[in-house]
Write a protein that binds this ligand. Structure first.
Ligand SMILES: NC(=O)c1ccc[n+]([C@@H]2O[C@H](COP(=O)([O-])OP(=O)(O)OC[C@H]3O[C@@H](n4cnc5c(N)ncnc54)[C@H](O)[C@@H]3O)[C@@H](O)[C@H]2O)c1
Ligand SMILES: N[C@H](C(=O)O)[C@H](O)COP(=O)(O)O
Length: 408
């Protein structure tokens, strides 16, 4: 196996997720790509222009724009690694500080020749198999970023990279947006236009794209979940769990599951309160919001000709346990940690965050900036690889029929 395409052994300490079908599919595609690269190079996978077969493959590839996240975090290193290991059908263009990405490649023992600075759609199109695009027009840092030592001054650049990568999708250069982990605080306090109050990509992209409905969802090996509320103080959650919000999450989760090949998805809708409210003794939102929300969702799905089985409200512990055992294809969760704890417990590092309802495809890693391990080589790139793989899958589906994206 060529050094440049060899996957790092999983480092100690990080939990290895169970092998999922999707992971096997990705591995098979990667292996095919590697075989091609190996045939061309005994050492580093040097790009090789001019081969007819590669030319064909190049034409069929989808471009994925990747904003790399906080330059002092693990985003740049996992982005470079994942792009180096990307499926043969994906052409990755990293949007971030060029020097930071070069350092990440050096530290990760990825041949410098694989990074190619590109500045136009044509140059992206011309990327050879094995090359990683670096978007030249990306906002650059005034001073090098220190791994593990975030500088709030980089907040404006982090937001700019998200917007620049989004522009590549909006103008049709890229098929999907994948985002690396940002520091919400650094962005929110950066003073950059549009940064004030930044609470996450989900809310930012919804506002920037004027999306009427937006739903945060996660997909791990055997957990797929959509959230009714996102980045909200817990005390504000009950009021935000409205019938409409419940219906919207149910609806978009069904559309995601359908886009992943499930014609009649089985979805559990979690309760908000312990033991699903215990007949009203432990809370009333199950009766006042969640049951009406399920009814609205059923009406909307039926109107669109989509079949799904929605069950609930079910105690959240039961809903997730049964999904992990295969009884459900998805769970609608009422608040952030109700969804992220089970999801990250079974799939941390490999789960993917996907935003539903946007007019563009957007996926993300499930992890944060990992400042404690940035620059040490311990960051696991599998989350970014999974985010790229899901973006690619959804981009292909979207090519056939617009299943997960809404209209602005
Ligand atoms: N998509 C995003 O932009 C995103 C997602 C989650 C958190 N965040 C932000 O990241 C910052 C830090 O958040 P946090 O500390 O709660 O979570 P975190 O995920 O950054 O770190 C939690 C722990 O997991 C480890 N870890 C994270 N990713 C890893 C990887 N790929 N391989 C190995 N170990 C990994 C870290 O080293 C740390 O010990 C916050 O500002 C948060 O808002 C951003
Ligand atoms: N809720 C996400 C998580 O726990 O992984 C994270 O905060 C990122 O959210 P955005 O995709 O909205 O930035």
């Amino acid at each position: 196996m060529g050094a440049a395409v060899r996957r790092r052994a999983p480092h100690g300490g990080h939990p290895r997720a169970a092998a999922a079908l999707e992971a096997r599919r990705r591995a098979a595609a990667r292996d095919a790509a590697r075989r091609g690269l190996q045939a061309r190079s005994a050492g580093h996978a040097e790009p090789d222009h001019g081969r007819a077969a590669e030319g064909d493959a190049r034409m069929k590839r989808q471009t994925i724009a990747v904003s790399v996240g906080c330059p002092s975090g693990i985003g740049p290193e996992v982005a470079v690694h994942a792009a180096a290991n990307a499926e043969a059908e994906a052409r990755c263009v990293l949007v971030g500080d060029t020097e930071t990405l070069r350092r990440a490649a050096r530290d990760g023992k990825i041949a410098a020749s694989r990074l190619r600075v590109v500045a136009s759609a044509q140059e992206i199109e011309a990327l050879a198999l094995g090359e990683i695009g670096v978007w030249g027009p990306s906002t650059q840092l005034a001073a090098p970023a220190q791994p593990g030592a975030p500088d709030r001054k980089a907040g404006a650049a982090q937001l700019a990279w998200v917007n620049e990568a989004l522009s590549l999708v909006q103008d049709g250069t890229a098929a999907a947006l994948v985002t690396g982990p940002v520091s919400k605080l650094a962005i929110a306090t950066s003073g950059a236009p549009g940064a004030k109050g930044f609470s996450g990509h989900t809310e930012h992209l919804a506002a920037r794209l004027g999306a009427r409905e937006v739903v945060m969802a996660f997909r791990a090996a055997n957990i797929t979940t959509a959230l009714v509320t996102t980045h909200l103080p817990l005390a504000e959650v009950p009021a935000a769990v409205t019938p409409d919000a419940v219906a919207t999450s149910c609806y978009w989760l069904v559309r995601l599951l359908r886009s992943l090949g499930m014609a009649a998805p089985r979805v559990a809708v979690a309760a908000l309160n312990p033991h699903a409210g215990e007949g009203g003794m432990l809370g009333i939102e199950e009766e006042t919001s969640i049951k009406p929300g399920i009814e609205h969702a059923n009406e909307r799905l039926a109107a669109d000709g989509f079949f799904a089985q929605l069950s609930g409200p079910l105690g959240a512990e039961t809903a997730f346990r049964k999904q992990a055992a295969g009884a459900f294809d998805g769970v609608v969760a009422m608040y952030h940690d109700q969804a992220t704890i089970p999801c990250k417990l079974v799939g941390f590092g490999e789960a993917v965050n996907v935003t539903l309802g946007l007019p563009v495809i957007r996926t993300s890693v499930d992890h944060g900036t990992g400042y404690d391990i940035a620059g040490t080589g311990k960051a696991d790139p599998r989350g970014m690889e999974s985010a790229l793989a899901l973006a690619l899958t959804l981009a292909k589906v979207r090519g056939r029929a617009s299943l997960i994206a809404g209209t602005s």
